[in-house]
Design a protein around this ligand. Structure first.
Ligand code: SF4
Length: 429
């Protein structure tokens, strides 16, 4: 008789304080320590990912003028980021509905995108709204997240089932979203994205556990999986989600400076109730079991394949030694942190703002004396190629998976069956 359990049984165990809820990371560690973890040892596994997610957008609704004064708003920006007013015109209500893209760049602030704005709102900072009505009337207002009647973060393509590593096979440098310094030529360095074994889809490849309507965490807030994301095809599934900004935590979000502009950061965590032996068997046991394709940066052809075990080996967090940071040196690191995590005093980096650090490794690449992170190198066509940048933050994803585990155990997050399955589209040719 194959092992099976019902969701209601897991819920009862959670209520009685006897459920075994663990993160994928804990599962992997127990296995690598030699433990034979069995179906009966685990009731729920929490998965997560934190990375650059270009497909996010903010949906807002707030009052800008008294009712009956203006017909509708036709132009709106927040902190210089152009928004899309509507789709509902809200005629003569004085209320604006609007959409802000996470990738939209500010026209008034340097190095500031929708992702930066969403984080500042969640931090409680005031933002400047400039609007123009259909009559040509200008309205200026300072608002905080609390003043907004509706503020949700939606994602059109998220938590993609891992990603790729990139290699510049051309003979010239390329500025791209896949690097934060110009990408060096001639296959001389590698960057990669994807949280490997921790990724939600990687642990539920047969889509047994979650689907349309599943609750999940987006940047720490309880939201919902609302359907398949754009380009959701069987080999690379992804999801569309929505969650309230008011409940989010800033450390899981923000913006990342690439050599081709800013990209928004977002984090997703989702539980997998272990309902059958089949679900249990699909939980990833090692990063070595997760393939990582190497693509040529220009053209995106596959040029090789490694595994996430080649790039993630319990080496998730950057360490900083402030003693090594001395005055008078021509510092080549200040200004090069893609998330602005350096705390600088008197021209010296004195500490790292851990709520901003993405553990990307760019600082360790530029100054290994002060910053240490074992970024690894891979063997490609007989040569050692250094990994120079991580565009996913595994340490941040582990933190979110741990938060979800705690919320499940405290019954602050309810496990629910999905209401529908994710549909798959044909891959766009
Ligand atoms: S690892 Fe270094 S460069 Fe990367 S986000 Fe953290 S402090 Fe910035």
């Amino acid at each position: 008789m194959p092992n099976k359990r019902k969701l209601s049984e897991i819920r009862k165990k959670i209520s009685s304080g006897t459920a075994n809820v663990i993160t994928v990371q804990e599962f992997i560690t127990r296995i690598s320590d030699g433990e034979h973890v069995k179906f009966e040892d685990v009731d729920v596994i929490t998965t997560a990912t934190k990375g650059l997610m270009s497909g996010i957008l903010g949906l807002f609704s707030f009052r800008l003028s008294a009712p009956k004064t203006l017909r509708k708003f036709t132009e709106i920006s927040i902190n210089g980021i152009p928004a899309f007013p509507g789709p509902c015109p809200n005629e003569y209500l004085g209320i604006a509905d609007l959409i802000v893209y996470g990738t939209a760049q500010s026209q008034s602030r340097k190095e500031y995108c929708g992702g930066s704005l969403f984080r500042e709102l969640v931090e409680g900072k005031p933002v400047e709204v400039l609007a123009k009505s259909s009559e040509g009337e200008k309205v200026e207002k300072e608002l905080t997240l609390e003043d907004m009647q509706y503020a949700k973060l939606m994602g059109t393509r998220q938590a993609i089932k891992n990603y790729n590593a990139m290699l510049n096979c051309e003979s010239y440098q390329v500025n791209t979203i896949f690097s934060c310094l110009p990408f060096e030529p001639d296959k001389s360095e590698l960057t990669f994205s994807g949280c490997g074994a921790l990724n939600p889809f990687q642990n539920d490849p047969e889509f047994d556990s979650f689907g349309v309507g599943s609750p999940l965490l987006v940047n720490g807030a309880i939201g919902y999986l609302i359907g398949p994301g754009t380009r959701n095809y069987i080999e690379k599934p992804n999801m569309m989600t929505i969650a309230p900004m008011t409940k989010m935590s800033p450390e899981f979000m923000g913006a990342f400076k690439t050599s081709y502009g800013l990209e928004p950061i977002c984090s997703i965590a989702i539980p997998i109730p272990i309902l059958s032996e089949r679900v249990f068997k699909n939980i990833v046991k090692s990063d070595k079991d997760v393939k990582l394709k190497i693509l040529s940066l220009v053209g995106r052809e596959k040029v090789g394949e490694i595994t996430y075990g080649d790039v993630w080996q319990n080496n998730f967090m950057m360490k900083f030694n402030p003693e090594a940071c001395r005055k008078g040196y021509d510092c080549n690191v200040i200004g090069k942190c893609p998330t602005d995590a350096f705390i600088i005093k008197d021209e010296l980096i004195v500490a790292i703002d851990r709520s901003r650090c993405f553990n990307c490794g760019n600082c360790a690449r530029l100054c290994p004396e002060a910053f240490s992170l074992d970024l690894k190198s891979i063997n490609f066509e007989g040569s050692d190629i250094p990994v120079v940048l991580r565009q996913s933050d595994r340490a941040g994803a582990i933190l979110l998976a741990e938060q979800l585990k705690k919320m499940i155990l405290k019954e602050e997050f309810q496990l629910k069956k999905p209401t529908g399955t994710l549909d798959f589209a044909e891959s766009i040719k």
